[in-house]
Write a protein that binds this ligand. Structure first.
Ligand code: SAM
Length: 465
């Protein structure tokens, strides 16, 4: 978050913010049932299958089940998640027997969804045997041949020489397996890469441990225990096999509904949403990137490198992301989205914030001059996503959005009320904005620095009119 270095007058923004909050006063509801754990990956940590890959930006399967059971009398038939991430919405829907479509830009997130949905549709006993073989025999230990590891500029030096050699032997040993098993084994490696590296995912970037050899490391950051590859692979395989066995055991005892079908569209939702048919979904359950400068391409660089993503592709992915980093350039929005652009143009609080950020930039008071462009891009692109979401939902269909408010240069940006205001101009009625009890950003340091109330974390619920 930006540091406010000069006192300045932000009364107009605060008045407009208070006014918008008053307009939604009866919709902003404190929801004690939802805690930060449920609305984040924390809630998946103990959940069989969901716990395999730690997608830190995800929400939990429990949240998806809660929203469906709380807001629908009968199960929806078809659900969409335009920012599918690791696929929590899709996989939970599939387990409930609901068909689910997802759009996702990042190859690592898509890989998680593909492997998980394959497991959902059932592995053969031969495939399970191969995984057990790898867990017990550890075939990569007994070979000397290696498959060279692909690096990106940002990942060079991420492993110790011993770990790098072990990864390369593992990759080579994988090549003698059938495609389906090899893909599962690569997924196991993806799940543990961070834990065997000198890095830790830290929101906006990868943090480097002081033990790394590379020049660029700064400070004395100590990530704690760095796991050895063999142990990490064996325990991840054990966890995966345990969950698969549990699933088979449950399936033999409980007669369950047939799984729903998962369809994944790779690419940007700004390109794919316009290709989806009108009124084709009963619900949308999603969480876009937050407007918080988190750069998924940087934090998932180890995994993207392992998947063979090149530097050029990395840059393309970064630009195609919904604008949420200071590096995002302005995107060209479609002619069709005139009403979405007009809604954002006439949102007075948003415009006051953008004007203020621009003034702060001119006065060189922002620690990064890309912030105004990012915030503008975020809201205009989200307006387009909301417009398209209204179009693809059935009348009466529900849209659920998990998101955080943010603060720049000491100004709170009420993402929840601004987006809800855009939504009501773009075809939605606002059912509620569920506010989580323990808000983020209420550290004594921040409170002291800005004298502001804590930032809200919410689940917005909108109904298509
Ligand atoms: C907050 S995460 C979603 C996490 C998901 N709910 C889960 O439980 O795993 C947001 C996702 O949006 C994806 N994303 C960002 N920009 C996108 C775009 N333009 N189109 C599609 N996906 C995008 C990111 O790669 C990220 O996986």
């Amino acid at each position: 978050m930006e540091r406010q270095r000069f006192p300045r007058d932000d009364r107009r923004i605060r008045e407009l913010d208070a006014d918008l909050e008053r307009q939604f006063a009866d919709r902003l509801v404190l929801c004690p049932t939802l805690d930060r754990k449920t609305v984040s990956f924390q809630g998946n940590k103990q959940q069989p299958k969901y716990r395999w890959f730690k997608y830190k930006e995800g929400f939990s399967s429990v949240l998806v089940r809660f929203l469906i059971s709380e807001y629908f009398d009968a199960l929806p038939k078809r659900i969409l998640d335009p920012f599918a991430g690791s696929g929590t919405t899709l996989l939970t829907a599939c387990e409930l027997g609901i068909d689910a479509d997802g759009i996702e830009l990042l190859p690592i997130a898509r890989e998680i969804i593909e492997v998980r949905s394959r497991v959902e549709s059932g592995l053969t006993s031969e495939e399970i045997d191969r995984l057990q073989f790898w867990q017990t025999v550890k075939p990569w230990q007994s070979i000397s041949l290696r498959q060279p590891l692909h690096y990106l500029k940002t990942t060079d030096g991420a492993y110790s020489p011993e770990t790098e050699a072990a990864i390369e032997r593992y990759l080579f040993a994988m090549t003698s397996e059938r495609d389906r098993v090899a893909k599962l084994l690569r997924f196991v490696l993806l799940c543990i890469l961070e834990s065997v590296s000198f890095t830790r995912k830290d929101g906006q970037y990868l943090r480097w441990d002081y033990r790394a050899q590379r020049q660029r490391r700064t400070g004395k950051f100590n990530k704690g225990k760095i796991l050895d590859l063999d142990g990490a692979i064996v325990s991840k395989l054990a966890q995966i096999l345990e969950d698969i066995e549990l699933e088979l055991f449950n399936a033999s005892r409980i007669s369950s509904v047939p799984n729903g079908k998962i369809t994944l569209f790779p690419g940007s939702c700004l390109d794919i949403l316009p290709t989806l048919a009108d009124k084709s979904y009963d619900a949308i359950i999603t969480s876009p990137p937050y407007c918080n400068r988190y750069d998924y391409t940087r934090t998932y660089a180890l995994e993207l490198a392992l998947l063979g993503v090149t530097e050029t592709e990395m840059r393309q992915l970064r630009q195609a992301m919904l604008s949420c980093t200071v590096e995002n350039k302005e995107k060209t929005l479609l002619q069709n989205w005139k009403s979405a652009i007009a809604a954002a143009d006439s949102q007075v609080l948003l415009q006051a914030i953008l004007e203020d950020l621009e003034a702060q930039k001119q006065a060189k008071r922002l620690n990064n001059s890309g912030i105004p462009r990012m915030v503008k891009g975020y809201f205009y692109e989200m307006a387009a996503v909301i417009f398209e979401s209204a179009r693809v939902l059935q009348p009466g269909g529900l849209m659920f959005v998990v998101n955080d408010n943010v603060r720049y240069a000491g100004v709170d940006i009420s993402v929840d009320t601004i987006l809800s205001d855009l939504a009501r101009h773009l075809g939605f009625a606002i059912v509620s904005i569920l506010v989580l009890p323990a808000s983020k950003g209420n550290s004594s340091q921040q409170m002291g620095q800005h004298g502001r109330k804590p930032l809200r974390k919410c689940v917005y619920i909108w109904r298509k009119r």
